[in-house]
Design a protein around this ligand. Structure first.
Ligand SMILES: Nc1ncnc2c1ncn2[C@@H]1O[C@H](COP(=O)(O)OP(=O)(O)OP(=O)(O)O)[C@@H](O)[C@H]1O
Ligand SMILES: [Mg+2]
Length: 275
């Protein structure tokens, strides 16, 4: 009887646990060479997923495929049921829920820290307000709150070009948080930082994940750091995902070995960690 009652219950929404899925995805910049080749992956909502791999292996391209800046020439990509495509109305309407921090950070140099953070609020503002950049008081208060959260108190009026590398990253993260994102795509935002600052920045993201059930996809340079902070680490080589690993307790667990032996995996891990 209970079962019957459950069947007659009407559900108004559906939510996918696999917030990002790629199925045999290929893409190229020049129609000759593929930058991404046959990628399969799925990312659980609320988790932290990392890409590591050598320069030119296709990590940034994978993030661009997720935010619709690039499109797949073969295969399928789903972000919360939608195919990322900047020309698609439905995807456009959800784009503000994807916070993207490019490798170059994308800050506006000549405006202040606070103004850079407020850029994150533009997609939800009324057209005329966003055109003239008239920010409502509640958005300014929200930006100030986030500014404090990322450790930039006292720097709100400083121009972005006057900041240190670590501070610039904090502004980029604050701008992304201002968007109130469901997904955060961050491209090497802690590379080139000292050990301590890199971890401080990573902790900001982990805290936000707990508070907002954010799904974070991050490109990292350092395998150790990636394993420390991510549920899954995908190793990319020449556009292919050659390995997917995570840490469970005191073990490295492997979710996709491909052709690698366990010795080769451990070697890759220790080679990377020596860098
Ligand atoms: N705008 C572009 N036009 C043409 N080719 C590109 C472009 N951007 C990247 N590529 C090529 O695509 C491949 C993957 O580049 P991608 O930027 O994704 O690598 P990456 O893993 O992020 O490297 P890095 O660690 O140096 O940032 C490389 O061979 C690169 O030369
Ligand atoms: Mg890159």
């Amino acid at each position: 009887m209970e079962l019957l009652q459950m069947n007659s219950h009407s559900f108004s929404t559906i939510s996918t646990k696999k917030i990002i899925q790629m199925n045999d995805v290929w893409t190229s910049y020049d129609s000759k060479n593929y930058a991404v080749k046959g990628i399969n992956l799925s990312i659980d909502r609320g988790t932290n997923y990392a890409f590591v791999g050598q320069s030119g292996s296709g990590k940034s391209t994978l993030l661009k495929l997720m935010n619709g800046m690039m499109s797949a020439s073969k295969g399928t990509i789903k972000i919360d049921y939608q195919t990322p495509n900047m020309n698609d109305k439905k995807f456009k309407s959800m784009m503000h829920t994807i916070g993207y921090i490019p490798q170059s950070l994308g800050l506006i140099k000549n405006i202040t820290v606070l103004e850079n953070i407020l850029i994150g609020a533009l997609p939800r503002m009324k057209k005329f307000q966003s055109f003239f950049k008239i920010f409502p008081n509640e958005e300014i208060q929200e930006a100030k709150k986030i500014l404090k959260l990322v450790g930039l108190s006292g720097k709100e009026e400083r121009k972005a070009y006057m900041l240190s590398g670590g501070e610039k990253r904090r502004v980029a993260i604050a701008r992304a948080f201002m968007q109130k994102p469901t997904i955060l795509l961050a491209d090497e935002i802690v590379s080139e930082l000292d050990h301590f600052t890199a971890r401080e920045i990573m902790n900001l993201i982990v805290d936000a994940q707990k508070r907002m059930n954010l799904t974070a996809i991050m490109v990292h340079h350092d395998m150790q750091l990636a394993l420390e902070y991510s549920n899954r680490v995908a190793v990319i080589k020449d556009g292919e995902k050659i390995l997917e690993i995570g840490v469970e307790g005191d073990k490295i667990v492997d979710f996709q070995t491909g052709d690698l032996t366990s010795d080769e995996i451990m070697e890759m891990y220790s080679d990377e960690s020596k860098k």
